[in-house]
Design a protein around this ligand. Sequence first.
Ligand code: XIL
Length: 384
Amino acid sequence: MSRHINSIFKVCLFLLISLLVGCSKEPPEAVESSLVETLGLRDYASAKGKFIGNLMRDGMFENEQVNGGSTDKILRTEYNAIVLGNKMKMSNLLRNRPQDPFNIKITDINTGNIDKFVAYADKYQMRKRGHVMIWYKQIPSWLEAEAPNWTAQQVYDFSKSYITTLSSYSAGKIDEWDVINEAIINNDFRRNTWYDIVSSQANDEGEVGFQSYFSHLFKWARQSDTAAELFYNDYNIEPFGTSKNNFMRNLVKELKSTHAAPIDGVGLQGHFKIDQVTEQFVAKLGQTIDDLGVAGFTVNITELDIRICAGDNGNIQTQKDAYKRIVSTAFNRENCNTVLIWGSSDNDSWINTHYEGCGQATPHDENYRYKPAYFGIKEALMEL
Ligand code: XIL
């Protein structure tokens, strides 16, 4: 709350100074640039009750001042929400095999990663997003080797034990969690996951199918931490009416109504390619937020980046409009309160190493300078 008041104060101060500058002889650019230093995106966002966030890259764990301190500076001045890029994934939290994988103890979990993240976020009053509890990727190698031989009940036991222990520890520390990530492919459930067994084999209660399993994941998370908001998170689910989007909307609604799963929200990852972000595309993203809103879901954008690839028509100028349009469309809806970007600068982004011929996906360039995209986001926030 005090942060909120502080932000309102800063924005009022900004408006006042703008007014005074209008009456003075001083060239406006000079004042504008000194204000850019003190007012971050977070100030504009929190004045409107919204959260604009970014990820904390792995390198900050070893050295908070990685990149000569530029990454830290961008995070703490621009953002009021934060997520870990990798360090809270199962491969990092449960790296070593617990003595009993069906009865996980808190000492089996690498809680140091959570503590480090929470300490940093709390230092700057940031909203903390947990990513991720159950995902078929970035899992420990011992699990990869053992899980295919498990019974459905063992998959349930392991998942319950992991989620319960983790949620109990993170209660009061993490504000929202991705309970499950990327469980859909095209118009069906993703197969060949380490937990695929639950779809063909019943557990001891006679439950069979992904729906029962997924609904239990949310229930276990809620039982151990009644306050954290719980999310289903995925990519390519943003525009309304595609087969993956239809499947996703049906799934979360069914889990909530038929299975009484305590799902609070859907995370639209938002890994976009510049030429994809047309006006119509963004309008359909808005339609998804609205449709899920009617069903009572929060819909946040959780991993936004807009890559520019060799041969694309778009450039960093059109990227400004793309960022602006997305932030504006998302935040103009009451059931969207957070937009997180996936990379604090083009130098801290996963795109360069994961998408050949692509890059420039974030609002700060490789030298940590503002890009047009940054000002697109700022304009969207100011116009809210
Ligand atoms: C990415 C990280 O940014 C990379 O550093 C890592 O090598 C692979 O994973 N969807 C997700 C994120 O949910 O966890 C992924 O993060 C990007 C796609």
